[in-house]
Structure formats: C-alpha cells, structure tokens
Write a protein that binds this ligand. Structure first.
Ligand code: F6R
Length: 271
C-alpha cells in the first residue's frame, strides 16, 4: 500500500486528479471504477476543469460505478446515477453507452448483479478503481462482515452508514436501507486502486484499513494484499496512523531512487 498524506482535501484532490489524468493519457487506461459520496466531489470538479482545459479526454473512457441504492430510480435526486450525472458525466465528453450503473430497481437482483460482473469482464476489467472509505471501513457498500471475496450483490446498510447518508434525504425514513454494490472480490480484481479519504471522521477507519489486521470487520483492510494501491488522505484522516513518519519518508525519497540507481550504475561502469 502506498500511503500519501497531503495537507488538506485540496492537495488530496490535486494528487488524485494528476494520477487519473496521467493514467488516462499515458497508461492508456480506459476503464474506470467510480465512487459517489462527499469525498470524490472535489476530484470530479478537478477532472471537469481539466477536461475544459483540454488536458483529459473521456471519449474512450468506460465507467462502472460501485453501487446504487435499492428502490431509487435513476432520475431520483438522491440516486447515485443522478449524482454522477450532476457531478461528472454531464460536464465531460463521456459517451452515454460507456456509462455502467447498477439499477436501483432491478427485476431480478441476482441476474442483474451477475450481468454487471459480465459487463466488467467484457470491457476488459477495471483499469483504475477509485474508492472512498466509509466511517465503518466499508468500500463500495461492503459493510463490516462482508466476505472479502464477495461479488456484486445486494447489501443491507449498517445503521452508521444510514446515519451518514441521512444528510442527503429530507426524512430519516427516506434513507435507503439496502443497496447493490460491487463485491470486495470485484473491487480486488481491478488492475490498480486509488482510495481517497479526507476528514477527521475517517481517522479510525484509516487506521484499521492501513495498519490493522486484514479482517471482514474492516473490508477496506483487504486492500493490504492488492499489489497496486495508492491511498491518498489529508492530515485529518491520517491523524491516527502510527507509521505516518514512514509514509512521509517514503514519499520524500521514492522519486530519488531512479536517479540514485543511475548514478551508482555510472560509478560502477566508470571504475
Ligand atoms: C459510494 C461508496 C461509499 C463511499 C463511502 C464514503 O459510492 O462507494 O463506499 O465512498 O461511504 O462516503 P463519503 O465520501 O461521503 O464519506
């Protein structure tokens, strides 16, 4: 896990935006997995600005969103489909047929989820999966106790998640209790993962995810065994990490490694 600690959400956004831009341009990534929620809003704004400056092109990009509330139609003001339309899709040149979403009103949940998995495979798999982190350690809507090998399916949300989502709904009884979500195993199949975490209320989950044991009680902790994960967080979310000095040290020194190696090679060759 590569843990990058930045001063504030603005700096987290700049880092994440640069990474997405670079992957789309240079590594020719095409398939993105996308989260909703408060955390990625700044990233989506930065990507829109980048697109407007001609720095990033979504014409060939294919997206799969992580999750959707059960019971909400795509045009519902609180649906994740609508969220994505308002916060990213309607502002960039992504092709509507390249946008993939779980339905909030599927005829057959199991068949619909299996079909979503098939579509991800048909697209060639997810190149870069972007994630947020729940206060309870969830990724997607894989709540604590989710199987670490789970696939796309329905999930009952915890009371903590329902409370967190309360701010988006007029009445408590309107907050959905169930969602469809990519499974932990589905997320783990992505070639590369970028997780964003900001704010003090994520500090416990960050500690458990990065430095705790790998456990279904903190589904995000499974990312410890993924070979290409970058966690970018602000100081507030990093506040409870014990090894923060090492993560900072790593960031300070990583980019120096290639130069050092080149220098040493030249030294050996000239001897
Ligand atoms: C949403 C999702 C969730 C959120 C998480 C954090 O698509 O997958 O896992 O990323 O609940 O939400 P925020 O960013 O609102 O704190």
């Amino acid at each position: 896990m590569n843990v990058v600690i930045k001063a504030d959400p603005k700096a987290v956004t700049e880092f994440a935006c640069e990474m997405v831009r670079e992957r789309l341009a240079h590594d020719r990534y095409r398939v993105l997995g996308l989260p909703t929620g408060g955390t990625p809003v700044l990233l989506y704004q930065a990507l829109i600005a980048s697109y407007q400056r001609g720095e990033v092109d979504f014409a060939e990009v294919i997206t799969f969103n992580l999750d959707e509330y059960l019971g909400l139609e795509p045009t519902h003001p609180q649906s994740y489909r609508r969220f994505m339309e308002e916060n990213l899709f309607s502002h960039v040149n992504i092709r509507p047929e390249n946008i993939h979403f779980l339905s909030g009103l599927p005829d057959d949940i199991d068949e619909h989820c299996a079909d979503y998995e098939r579509k991800i495979v048909e697209a060639g798999g997810i190149n870069l999966q972007i994630l947020g982190l729940g206060r309870d350690g969830h990724i997607g809507f894989n709540e604590p106790t989710s199987s670490l090998r789970s696939r796309t399916r329905d999930k009952t949300l915890t009371k903590a998640t329902i409370e967190d989502n309360r701010r988006y709904f007029a009445r408590e009884e309107d907050v959905p209790r169930w969602a469809l979500t990519m499974g932990v195993g589905t997320i783990m199949d992505a070639h590369e993962i970028l997780l964003l975490a900001t704010g003090r209320n994520k500090a416990d989950a960050m500690k458990a995810m990065v430095e705790g044991p790998m456990t279904a009680m903190c589904p995000g902790s499974v990312l410890q065994v993924h070979p290409r994960v970058t966690v970018v967080c602000d100081e507030a979310a990093a506040a409870k990490l014990d090894h923060d000095a090492y993560y900072r040290w790593m960031e300070e020194n990583d980019y120096r490694m290639q130069g050092f190696l080149d220098e040493q090679r030249r030294r050996v060759e000239s001897n």
